[in-house]
Design a protein around this ligand. Structure first.
Ligand SMILES: Nc1ncnc2c1ncn2[C@@H]1O[C@H](COP(=O)(O)OP(=O)(O)O)[C@@H](O)[C@H]1O
Ligand SMILES: [Mg+2]
Length: 277
């Protein structure tokens, strides 16, 4: 049976863009799945998984998008860390570029499952700027208390945006920080199952992101990096096994398609545990 909350959001017809917001475990992903399910068959729907901490589509530390109802490949952007804080620009451009990609490919509706980064001044401002940039026609907030009040109030009077306030899922379902970490570790393990060691010439590719300072070359070892393709999307993730500026970059990860690489984006999280030996 269709979820009445999801059905209400679609009453005026399929929105071109839905942005679902709420704290962790408020029920965002459940609502997004239901919205996508209800719209599938009516319009061409894509969804964006914008939660780099509890990602569903792609690996953690990324935001990803896919067509609804297809188990086909996802498109992803590397954020650089499992926590959005400190990587807000990468989150912003990542989500915007994914939506643009699916629209260019013919999506009539895109549903964004946002991250749980909503409480506190920086989080509210980040979400404000994200929503302002994306301009969803439907903004659905799942709240427990008053945590979304000021943010949603900022959009209540905006032309073209319909704000909906929905009750969050019950607190009994909340996962502990340890459970969330375990989930992330499992997702990284799965992603790196096909990993092998290989070498890239960083001189032939652009390099940007959270590059360790020249005085701390040891910080390269274990760093998570994203290999960006010629369209600006993340083709593969890798962990740095060894690197000294000016030398070859030794990586460990699922093998990339070398002729479609444009640049290397350095993240700011270490995953040494994934390195062999
Ligand atoms: N409307 C709801 N009523 C009851 N439980 C729900 C509801 N929506 C989600 N849940 C449950 O709450 C938990 C968190 O939901 P999820 O959609 O993963 O949240 P989020 O994506 O915000 O972290 C899950 O166990 C899910 O089954
Ligand atoms: Mg979720």
């Amino acid at each position: 049976m269709a979820d009445p909350e999801a059905t209400t959001l679609l009453q005026a017809g399929p929105p071109a863009l839905v942005y679902v917001i709420g704290e962790t475990d408020s029920g965002k992903t459940t609502l997004v799945r239901e919205l996508v399910r209800l719209m599938t068959g009516e319009v061409r729907v894509a969804w964006v998984d914008a939660d780099p901490g509890q990602s569903l589509l792609g690996p953690p530390a990324c935001v990803s998008g896919a067509w609804a109802g297809e188990s086909g490949p996802y498109v992803m952007r590397f954020v650089g860390h499992v926590s959005p804080s400190g990587h807000l620009l990468q989150m912003l451009t990542g989500v915007a570029r994914l939506i643009e990609h699916f629209r260019t490919e013919g999506a009539e509706s895109v549903v964004v499952d946002s991250c749980g980064f909503v409480t506190g001044g920086p989080a509210v401002e980040f979400q404000y700027q994200m929503i302002d940039l994306l301009r969803p026609d439907c903004l659905a907030g799942l709240s427990r208390r008053d945590e979304l009040d000021s943010l949603l109030a900022a959009f209540d009077k905006r032309r073209g945006i319909v704000c909906r306030r929905l009750p969050a899922a019950g607190s009994a379902r909340r996962r502990t920080a340890a459970e969330r970490r375990e989930y992330r570790d499992k997702r990284f393990d799965e992603y790196f199952r096909s990993a092998r060691s290989y070498v890239l010439d960083p001189g032939s590719l652009g390099m940007h992101g959270m590059i360790p300072p020249a005085s701390r070359p040891e910080r390269w070892t274990g760093q998570l990096v994203g290999l960006t393709d010629k369209d600006g999307f993340c083709q593969k993730l890798a962990v740095v096994s060894r690197f000294k500026p000016g030398e070859a970059l030794e990586l460990f990860g699922p093998p990339p398609q070398l002729d479609d690489l444009a640049s290397i984006q350095v993240g700011s999280m270490a995953l040494r545990r994934l390195l062999p030996g």
